[in-house]
Design a protein. Structure first.
Length: 154
């Protein structure tokens, strides 16, 4: 699949904020956590660390990158609700990893994922990420278990 990365625009931010996931995945709806919503709304547009992902002319997702100590990059991501669970995750993640390498040349990548999200965890493991830690995170009006995963790069 051909992915086009563009600097995230105000219009892209508005579209991502409007995405509605269903069932357990409604956990990822932006309006579930006012702090996350505010941060995304205020910081994502025109930020060199936030990238919209397009397929042809359709916004299908986004990646965010944070350079950490020890030349490590933390990846955040989202995918359009219509594509979630349809077998696109691995190729999508690979494209996001390639973009991180192009931008930062990191020695490793790290991601955090809600521990209930077994589909995402399987995709991340398939891409070479390994579980390195578990932690509790305050979000969405409660405290939830998360897993931290890491991928070493050659």
């Amino acid at each position: 699949m051909n992915y086009i990365f563009k600097q995230m625009s105000d219009q892209d931010v508005a579209r991502v904020i409007s995405w509605e996931y269903t069932g357990d995945y409604s956990f990822y709806n932006m309006d579930e956590d006012p702090e996350d919503l505010y941060e995304f709304r205020e910081e994502a547009a025109n930020n060199p660390h936030y990238w919209s992902v397009y397929r042809q002319d359709q916004l299908i997702g986004f990646f965010s990158y944070v350079l950490k100590s020890d030349n490590q990059v933390e990846i955040g991501l989202g995918m359009s609700p219509g594509l979630v669970g349809n077998g696109h995750g691995y190729e999508y993640l690979k494209a996001g990893i390639e973009k991180a390498i192009e931008l930062y040349r990191p020695s490793s990548l790290v991601m955090s994922v809600a521990d209930f999200n077994e589909r995402a965890i399987k995709v991340y493991q398939r891409a070479g990420f390994q579980k390195i830690d578990s932690f509790e995170q305050h979000t969405n009006g409660g405290v939830y278990p998360f897993i931290k995963m890491q991928k070493e790069l050659d």
